[in-house]
Each structure stands twice: as structure tokens, then as C-alpha cells.
Design a protein around this ligand. Structure first.
Ligand SMILES: NC(=O)c1ccc[n+]([C@@H]2O[C@H](COP(=O)([O-])OP(=O)(O)OC[C@H]3O[C@@H](n4cnc5c(N)ncnc54)[C@H](OP(=O)(O)O)[C@@H]3O)[C@@H](O)[C@H]2O)c1
Length: 342
């Protein structure tokens, strides 16, 4: 267990019959499977039962941070107290992250590293990754990151339809070889994970997906992950703020969303916090580790400063309700949602 990871503080009962209030809008009396996400142990109140992979609740996102800039940002993040770095083969910044970790001198067991194997892209001609290629991709990530073991290794998306199972077998092989501690998936929906279940293979420990108040997890996926104790990890939690990925081609927001006003400003004001802090805490209180990305020191600091307030159950519900019906994901391109691909 990491010593100073940011974890969930214990709550009082919400009155719905559980021992701890998960502030969960879908949480209803008697729904024990949803409660699984929460730890009921008095001794260790800061982690969730489903967080078997001991992932810190706040990690630094690094998508869109170039390799030659990531070094100083990671160093700043570590000095501020970040204990988790999220990267990916396709972000092309593992090398810079590896250098920063080395220079920072942080002991290996005090920093959690997530990276992702790229299986290929939906709708493009490029060949999909294979079992052998996945093993090699992991070896390259280990080398670039300058570590012997990755804490959490994910398949980045479910696009490699024909190769999905063999890629999962490669993940399990890497775990067997001790090159990765935990394995999971990203952007997988029920139908994708069901293939692993049907093959009677070890199930993923986590599924990293787009989660923010405009893109909440659909009930079917939430229930399936709860049943199989697959931890949802939230990415792009700040997507509803108007300046999210400002100027980037990787912004799937329709124009009206880009120019809109800051949502939930009144709620944030009532806690004397910023809207980014409110959304990050909203996700954490729902049991999802978050990965806010910023290249700015003050924002890195702000995004880590979430300990001093608790969002009420009523406000959690209000924030969750701003979700637009059938809102597609915003992080990929806006015209398709990785969760929906075959
Ligand atoms: N598995 C996947 O498919 C997948 C997909 C997307 C993302 N991810 C992971 O999740 C991480 C986070 O997602 P994300 O990068 O899409 O978005 P995010 O962290 O939700 O938002 C980042 C954006 O918000 C701005 N920002 C950050 N903190 C802020 C603050 N306190 N106040 C105002 N603006 C703030 C950043 O600008 P500045 O940098 O200019 O501060 C940037 O434009 C990624 O970096 C990546 O590691 C994974």
C-alpha cells in the first residue's frame, strides 16, 4: 500500500441502509453489489473494496503533454505529492516520464505507474496488435519508463475486434512473467469484457473510461463491473469545463459546449472550491480514481487539493443529473464512442 496516496475518507450513512454513504445516485437500499465499491472497514477507511489494485485516487494525466515537456511537469507533480502517473504507449512521453522519475529520486514503491498498450485504431487501415507485439510493446514501455514492473497495464481500447482475446492473453502472460502487477482494459463495454468472461480467463481488475457529469457510466456497465469487481477509473473528468483541451484537435465537444458557461459554478461556490475541484471530488466520492492532466503548476496543486470538502448527497445527485441523454464521449473525436464499437 502506498503510504500517502489520496484516498476516500469515511462517510456517515446516507440513510439508505448502507454503513457508509457512497453518495451514489444509483445506490438504493438493498443494492449490495453497488456497495461493493466501498470499504466498510473501520481500520482502513481510505480505500475501496474494489480498489484491489491499490491505485491512488488522484493521478497525473499526461495525454497531450509532449515528451520534451513532461519531465518538468512530472517533477512538479511529484514534489506536490502526486503518487500516480498515467501514460500510454501512444502518448509518446514514456521516455520523458522515465527520466523525471529517475531524477526525482522517488522510491519505486512510492509511485504508481499506469501505462497502456495500443491495439490499433478504429476505422483505420493499420494492422491490429498481436500477442507477440503486445509483449514487445510492454517491454518497450518498461525500458522507456526505466522500471522493472508496471503497476497497472491496460489495453487502451477494444478496437482490435479479431485480436481482442489474444491481446488479453498477452496481458495475462505479462502478469505471469512479473512485468506488470495488475492488468486491465480501457474503453471496454460489457460486450467486450464478456468475451474474456466467456473464455473463462482471469478478468480485468480495472476499466479506464471517460467519466464526467456529461458522461456517466451507463447502468448496465456499472452493474457488470460491480458484479465482477472491475474498478472504474475516470478519465477526462474535467471535460465539461469550457477550457478543456482548448485549441486541441482532440476535442470532441460540439461548438455550443465549448463556448458554454462553467457548469455547476453555483454548487462549486457553495463549497468555496473551483468547478474542476468539484468535478474531481464528485468522481472520487462515486468511487472512481481520477487522472486530471494539467501543464500548469497552480492547477496541478488545485487538482490535488480535494481533502478539505465533502460534496453532499443532494449535490452529487444534482451534478450527476446535468448529464445529457445519449451524450457521446468527448475525448476521442466526438463522432464515435469507443464503448459502442463492435
Ligand atoms: N484511456 C483513454 O482512452 C484515455 C482517454 C483520455 C484521457 N485519458 C487519461 O486521462 C487523463 C485526463 O484526461 P484529459 O487529459 O482528457 O482531461 P482532463 O484531465 O479532464 O482535463 C484536462 C484539461 O483541463 C485543463 N485543466 C486541468 N486542470 C484544470 C484546472 N484546475 N482549471 C482549469 N483547467 C484545468 C487542462 O489545461 P492545462 O493543461 O492547460 O492546465 C486541459 O485542457 C489524460 O491526460 C490521460 O492520462 C485516457
Amino acid at each position: 500500500m502506498l503510504s500517502s496516496q489520496f484516498l476516500i475518507s469515511q462517510k456517515k450513512c446516507c440513510g439508505n441502509g448502507c454503513r457508509m454513504c457512497p453518495y451514489e445516485p444509483r445506490h438504493i437500499k438493498g443494492n449490495t453489489s453497488l456497495q461493493k465499491r466501498w470499504n466498510v472497514s473501520e481500520k482502513n477507511p481510505y480505500t475501496t473494496i474494489m480498489n484491489k489494485i491499490n491505485i491512488p485516487m488522484i493521478g497525473l494525466g499526461t495525454w497531450l503533454i509532449p515528451n520534451d515537456e513532461v519531465d518538468s511537469i512530472v517533477k512538479d507533480a511529484i514534489s506536490l505529492g502526486y503518487k500516480h502517473i498515467d501514460t500510454a504507449e501512444v502518448y509518446r512521453n514514456e521516455e520523458g516520464i522515465g527520466k523525471a522519475l529517475k531524477v526525482s529520486g522517488i522510491p519505486r514503491d512510492e509511485i504508481y505507474i499506469t501505462t497502456k498498450m495500443w491495439p490499433g485504431m478504429f476505422g483505420q487501415e493499420e494492422p491490429f496488435q498481436t500477442f507477440k507485439g503486445a509483449i514487445e510493446a510492454c517491454e518497450q514501455s518498461l525500458q522507456l519508463l526505466q522500471v522493472d514492473e508496471i503497476d497497472l497495464y491496460l489495453i487502451h481500447n477494444p478496437f482490435a475486434k479479431e485480436n481482442r482475446l489474444e491481446l488479453w492473453e498477452a496481458m495475462l502472460e505479462l502478469k505471469k512473467q512479473g512485468k506488470v502487477k495488475h492488468v486491465g482494459v480501457s474503453n471496454y463495454n460489457v460486450k467486450h469484457i464478456e468475451e474474456i468472461e466467456a473464455a473463462e480467463l482471469e478478468m480485468p481488475s480495472a476499466n479506464q473510461i471517460e467519466i464526467h457529469p456529461w458522461h456517466v457510466i451507463k447502468t448496465e456497465l456499472a452493474q457488470y463491473m460491480d458484479k465482477h469487481e472491475i474498478l472504474p477509473i475516470a478519465y477526462s473528468t474535467l471535460a465539461p469545463i469550457p477550457n478543456w483541451r482548448e485549441g486541441s484537435q482532440w476535442n470532441g465537444k460540439p461548438e455550443d459546449m465549448k463556448s458554454g458557461s462553467m457548469p455547476c459554478q453555483d454548487i462549486a461556490d457553495s463549497y468555496n472550491v473551483t468547478v474542476p475541484q468539484l468535478f474531481l471530488k464528485w468522481a472520487i466520492q462515486l468511487g472512481y480514481p481520477v487522472l486530471p492532466k494539467s501543464v500548469k503548476y497552480d492547477r496541478l496543486k488545485e487538482n490535488l487539493d480535494l481533502h478539505h470538502f465533502e460534496i453532499s448527497r443532494v449535490d452529487i445527485k444534482t451534478i450527476s443529473k446535468i448529464a445529457k441523454d445519449d451524450q457521446k464521449c468527448l475525448a476521442w473525436s466526438g463522432d464515435f464512442d469507443p464503448l459502442e464499437v463492435e
